[in-house]
Design a binder for this molecule. Structure first.
Ligand SMILES: *Cc1c(COP(=O)(O)O)cnc(C)c1O
Length: 641
């Protein structure tokens, strides 16, 4: 609304693609079609499959499922697994590396049965395995393992039961690695294995001195709570030697953190680990596997930098740097190349799921028109404001900024002291807004603008109320300020004219999205379209497949959203393969221990008491109780009739 009108008139979908950074964060899975809809291309932008998200939303709603919904495009899981394996394979071939690559999916990144099952299926031809960090994850993993050729990695603290479960898998011929995380664990694993008469495959998780930048850096470095120090490694080695079990030590593991934005840290970690690997071989351990953990980052903000929401490398560079780092160290002393294992979780699942929601309302920054005749009020406040408004021009921009803010404060003071009325204060504030908008409009036509003007622009936004809960669906956005790509899924052939922030429907002032990729402008706002009468406006938040689903919580008792999965065929046809209805109101109430029948009984009593007092009729009682029953069955989010 205060942008360059020229640009608005000549708007193209290329402008929309650039504004929202689709090509930068979309990793070839997203683009915009001629109709201005955002489309998913699970087989890459050149593939025949182009699925309009606007169309999918209609089909979800026609099936009776309301927004918000999580949409999962199953094939993207397959595409990401293929990308990882194909890239490692090609790098291994080009460099003459003598070992193989084995990927594993760490279940904690997305534990949903459907996700783990799809990964197991898509990963089968690559022997893609699973990683578990707890008993429930281990049982889930074992039940899903597609073949005996893939790795099953057991991390986390292990009690007897955990170890026994893994040993059963070993007995059945699966490649189950027990990664020793704390010193005492090795002893327990050996003891349980002896009892069961199996030789376990052991791994050591080491604490590297290498630390990575980024949000999760704490997992690495010598201060990390996970893994063995070098002294503890030596203790375990001595113990294994004494028991003549050095042939059981097969794997070295480290994990310096998730979402490592800087390739230099990845290289440094691989090199340090390779040196430790070499030493373990020299000590006489059988070895054969080097497990580099997770960390392969997702470029959420599309900036391709070492910012914490991004990464300064491609998947190819990641694979190259790892393979070359390992070879560089091990070749010096002729140590055989190990099988490389990575536990990429985020990279595997982030792209395949998105949150879709409708916008319920907008609170506009734009005030109503200034009336032709203004009342004369104390100190001629409105008159002064109008002069400031008339005065706005490229030459006086800085001065007008100062005036507007000065008079805004004056209006507030005068109101507090009882010198102007509520209506007069409202009028003054409206004119201030008009001044700020005129300043921003003027600035849009200038090459150089004073710094303060940028600060003003940051304040000029509408609030779009989205039908979702940040706490349930995007917890990392709230907890650690993570950036996710956000954009409208349709109308992309029209210029978006409103700078906005997006609020959710929880009653928590933290429930908002006001942090966007740098490229979108001032980072605080996103450009959105004007709402149309009788037409829904839909937004999507993308790359939410990793970590968000189970970390989400019931803040304000907004429950799980509806979930829809589709499977896309190469020719572009697709099927809805699964839908899971989100929580109903009675579901979330029972999570916090309410007894639904008790509640109904109490409501009945209240209604009977109201009848007895003559406040409602028997007929009204039925209506009221039916209303509550209906409410309990309903979706926790805003529903259209
Ligand atoms: C969380 C975790 C991972 C997954 O990391 P990503 O960065 O999501 O790939 C892998 N390994 C271990 C041990 C983890 O704790």
């Amino acid at each position: 609304m205060w942008r360059d009108p020229d640009k608005i008139n000549k708007w193209t979908i290329a402008d929309a693609s650039d504004l929202y950074g689709v090509a930068r964060w979309g990793a070839d899975y997203f683009s915009i079609d001629e109709a201005g809809d955002l489309v998913v291309t699970p087989f890459g932008r050149d593939g025949a499959a182009r699925i309009s998200l606007r169309k999918i939303v209609s089909e979800i709603e026609e099936r009776g499922m309301a927004m918000p919904a999580i949409l999962r495009i199953e094939n993207i899981l397959g595409s990401q697994i293929k990308l990882l394996h194909d890239t490692f394979r090609s790098v291994i071939k080009q460099t003459g590396y003598k070992g193989e690559f084995r990927g594993v999916f760490p279940i904690k990144v997305n534990q949903q049965e459907q996700v783990v099952e799809a990964i197991a299926q898509f990963g089968k031809e690559y022997h893609h395995g699973l990683e578990a960090g707890s008993k429930p994850e281990l049982i889930a993993a074992i039940s899903m393992l597609p073949s005996r050729d893939c790795c099953l990695i057991c991390n986390g603290y292990k009690d007897e039961e955990f170890i026994d479960l893994g040993l059963y898998a070993t007995k059945m011929g699966y490649q189950c690695f027990f990664v020793v995380e704390v010193p005492g664990e090795a002893e327990l694993i050996l003891e349980r294995a002896k009892r069961m008469n199996v030789r376990p495959m052991l791994g050591l998780r080491v604490r590297l001195s290498t630390k990575a930048d980024g949000q999760w850096a704490e997992s690495g470095g010598e201060g990390s709570v996970f893994g063995l120090s070098m002294g503890q490694v030596v203790d375990v080695l001595d113990r294994l030697k004494a028991l003549d079990m050095m042939d059981c030590l097969r794997l070295l593991h480290y994990h310096i953190g998730s979402q490592i934005p800087n390739i230099a840290d990845i290289r440094a970690g691989a090199m340090e680990a390779s040196r430790i690997y070499e030493e373990l071989v020299k000590e006489g351990a059988r070895m054969g596997y080097l497990d580099l953990g997770g960390g392969l980052a997702v470029d959420y903000d599309g900036s391709n930098t070492n910012d914490q929401s991004s990464r300064n490398y491609s998947v190819e560079e990641y694979c190259y740097d790892i393979v070359e780092s390992i070879m560089g160290i091990l070749d010096k002393n002729g140590i055989a190349h190990p099988t490389i294992v990575t536990e990429s979780g985020r990279m595997t699942v982030a792209y395949y799921s998105m949150l879709l929601f409708n916008v319920l309302d907008v609170s506009s920054f734009v005030p109503s028109r200034i009336p032709d005749k203004l009342p004369r009020i104390a100190g001629d406040l409105l008159g002064n404001l109008m002069s400031a408004y008339e005065m706005v021009s490229p030459k006086t921009l800085q001065e007008c900024c100062n005036d507007a803010l000065y008079y805004r404060n004056q209006a507030l003071q005068m109101f507090k002291h009882g010198n102007i009325s509520l209506r007069e204060r409202a009028m003054a504030e409206n004119i201030v807004r008009h001044i700020l908008i005129k300043i921003a409009r003027t600035a849009a036509t200038m090459k150089q603008v004073p710094k303060d003007v940028f600060k003003i622009e940051e304040q000029l936004y509408d609030i779009y109320y989205g039908n979702f809960s940040l706490f349930q669906s995007l917890p990392d956005m709230w907890a650690i300020n993570q950036i996710f790509p956000v954009m409208p899924i349709h109308r992309l052939n029209e210029a978006p004219t409103h700078p906005a922030i997006i609020s959710d429907i929880t009653c928590d002032c933290d429930g908002k999205i006001d942090n966007f990729p740098e490229s979108s402008g001032n980072r605080r706002t996103i450009m959105l379209h004007e709402l149309k009468e009788n037409e829904e406006y839909y937004l999507g938040v993308f790359l939410v497949g990793a970590y968000q689903e189970t970390l989400g919580d019931l803040h304000n008792l907004f429950g799980d959203t509806n979930i829809v999965s589709i499977h896309v065929n190469e020719d572009g046809s697709y099927q809805f393969i699964r839908d899971i209805e989100g929580d109903s109101v009675s579901d979330v109430l029972s999570y916090v221990e309410y007894d639904i029948n008790d509640m109904k009984q109490r409501l009945k009593k209240m209604a009977e008491a109201a009848i007895a007092d003559g406040i409602i009729t028997v007929r009204e009682r039925k209506q009221i109780l039916d209303g509550f029953a209906e409410g309990l069955r309903g979706y926790t989010y805003f529903e259209k009739e």
